[in-house]
Design a protein around this ligand. Sequence first.
Ligand code: FAD
Length: 412
Amino acid sequence: MTSFADITTMGVGGPIAHFIEPTTRVGLIEAVEDADSKGLPLVVIGGGSNLLVSDEPFGGVVVRDARRQITVPDEAAPVEGSDRTVHINAEAGANWDDFVAFTVQLGLEGVEGLSGIPGTVGASVVQNIGAYGQEVATSVESVEVWDRETKTTRDLTPADLRFGYRYSALKASMYAAPARPADRFFPTPRYVVLSVTFALTHSAEGTVGYEQLAKALGVEVGDRMATADIREAVLKVRAAKGMLEDPTRYTSPAMAGTKREANILADLRRLASVNESAGIALGDDGLPVPDRNRHSCGSFFMNPILTADEASALPEDAPRFPATLPDGTSGVKTSAAWLIDHAGCHKGYRVADDASASLSTQHTLALTNRGEATATDVEALARAVQRAVKDHFGVTLVPEPVCVGVLSDLDA
Ligand SMILES: Cc1cc2nc3c(=O)[nH]c(=O)nc-3n(C[C@H](O)[C@H](O)[C@H](O)COP(=O)(O)OP(=O)(O)OC[C@H]3O[C@@H](n4cnc5c(N)ncnc54)[C@H](O)[C@@H]3O)c2cc1C
């Protein structure tokens, strides 16, 4: 029986009563509609890289879209004037980094900075993934969804999608308040993504949009460079922080076929070279040794956006960036990683010496499974970190992953 531990990057979570992998669009809609009409709990899962699920058996339905086609409808269309826009459509189940690699190979600019983010195309628009100065929102033309409320398909425009920082109308449909699940449509949004159409630019060069990346490339922010070089630099910077998924997970039967083989091999080679430079030999199976720092959900807490008053109570050296509060007024974004570290939870922090969940030894913001952790262990770590930050700075950190059956109360 498949369990959430088998199909999530954190590697925790209980057994699943019904695990379905539809291979057609109609099959996907039917699986969702069938669960909804029977009133069964439903999780539409992608790569499981933003999900923390309880250890209890899950009595509902888990649907993983097995459609992974990427097409370029404009390919045969004549270029009009100087418009270099190229539309590209990907089915929701396509692996996100397969998609990015494909666009870079095709000579398209727009998502190269999002290289190496785990998960699927379908989920990329749920939380508006972002990194290194890019967000998926800027490249999305439209999202085809199944609306679980009206039981119809719809094409949502960027205006409908209301993208914000790790936010969209899809995500909003799951929550009554930050991290508080809504009565309906949790842990899967009201709108199930069927496919996404992106508008990219025909260009083999992209803009370096982030200081850390510019440093790694030896250029200035705003400089233009080959998108292939930006992609490689992003993957290197992410590897150094443990912010890539562990490619050895794709060698397990539960993940078979979910990512293109050539890309898995390239990722395994990159991990082997990271291992090698750390003096680690290949495992007995000939594969690179799993990197426990990557057994995470990425950043576990969102960077808090505070009112000016709240921000003024922070120490002077706390990072501060201009931001917009949910009500549209201006606020101040600070760094969750800084708060955690300055609250005394440093890299590698664990609640007890023998705890099997810890903060990554490479990144304060990643909660990781060191091998034998359960969801209960990860929850205990998350609560300890949340409490330390609350006690030190009066700020309540909000988890970024979708937490199912765990961490549903914020201030405990
Ligand atoms: C090592 C690591 C690094 C990361 N770095 C980043 C980063 O830099 N930036 C960033 O933004 N995120 C990052 N993440 C988080 C994660 O990769 C993204 O949130 C990703 O988009 C999740 O995709 P998924 O397919 O794994 O979603 P899942 O974890 O499978 O699901 C997450 C949510 O999306 C919903 N969902 C999934 N598929 C669909 C669909 N077809 N239709 C509707 N809802 C759907 C699920 O129901 C669930 O609510 C990182 C995670 C890890 C493990």
